[in-house]
Design a protein around this ligand. Sequence first.
Ligand SMILES: NC(=O)c1ccc[n+]([C@@H]2O[C@H](COP(=O)([O-])OP(=O)(O)OC[C@H]3O[C@@H](n4cnc5c(N)ncnc54)[C@H](OP(=O)(O)O)[C@@H]3O)[C@@H](O)[C@H]2O)c1
Length: 324
Amino acid sequence: MTKAFRFARTGGPEVMEWTDVEVKAPGRGEALIRHTAVGINYIDTYHRSGLYPLPLPSGIGVEGAGVVEALGPGVKGLKVGDRVAYNGGPLGAYSEQRIYPADRLVKLPKGVSDKTAASMMLKGMTACFLLKRTFKVKPGMTILWHAAAGGVGLIACQWAKALGATVIGTVGSDEKAKLAKAAGCKHVINYNKENFVERVKQITKGKGVPVVYDSVGKSTWDGSLDCLAPLGMMVSFGNASGAVPPFPIGVLAQKGSLFLTRPTLFTYSAQPKDLQALARDLFKVVGDKTVKIKINQTYPLSEAPQAHRDLEGRKTTGSTVLLP
Ligand SMILES: NC(=O)c1ccc[n+]([C@@H]2O[C@H](COP(=O)([O-])OP(=O)(O)OC[C@H]3O[C@@H](n4cnc5c(N)ncnc54)[C@H](OP(=O)(O)O)[C@@H]3O)[C@@H](O)[C@H]2O)c1
């Protein structure tokens, strides 16, 4: 038996139950992992609330790090005792022990602690594919990144600056503005106080930006489109304020032949080789300190519901880690 969070109905953080669950021996191609650190991500709240529907009952959590305790038949390249980390499904990271597909595990290099791995495997690889694959950020570009002081945001802003971009970050408070600035945002806009579209126009001398990275969704959607230069790329990759309502695609024509994409890490890392390549890229920028990972909150694993309340209440900054 081990302890894990499960939920049988969607709703607020209270639907997550800390329960005894049985862990089977790993099957073909699987590994049994004992978690040492577990990452919290906004997507966990979408799963829990029902915004992203799932068959229930379900486990929860998509990012973790730990030690391999047993391996099923047919697993290559891993041994018992290896330190590993992962992102993505099957859901169930909020647990002390779990079974996971071995070909989706990444071995951790010496310089990366389990806690750091659990705080960045999903957020850091997301920053990586968004900045380097979905839209290739180039030196001299000015880009707009919403929720710049969040988990993905603090990583992405440092990385974008290192790629040579001038980063405009939006945040919801003056405290968060300081963090975004320290993470390399040349301009920080508190969108709870200022009109971010006007400020972006001012900063870019009326031109707009070639790309907007928008994970806030509903509340920033219209403004984000207005920040784009003609032929600009709207990267809508999350919905922290709620899902973007359906909209007429003619708007993209009216606003300057804009491009729109709704990418997910799961598509960009579907092939194990792409997953490993993203991990290498991430370990490199973290290893050489181009990107510093900020774990600004930790909670005992059993207090995951409180971590959800704080994340949804916009109280957290940077990464949040649960400790078994
Ligand atoms: N597509 C993908 O593959 C992918 C992968 C990873 C993450 N994501 C998305 O990226 C976003 C960031 O994820 P994260 O885990 O790093 O979370 P996070 O950025 O640490 O937290 C979300 C932030 O969104 C901002 N926000 C704006 N309006 C909000 C509202 N009404 N309610 C709550 N928060 C609001 C808050 O910052 P302020 O107070 O500064 O506004 C909040 O701190 C999420 O939308 C997530 O779904 C997508």
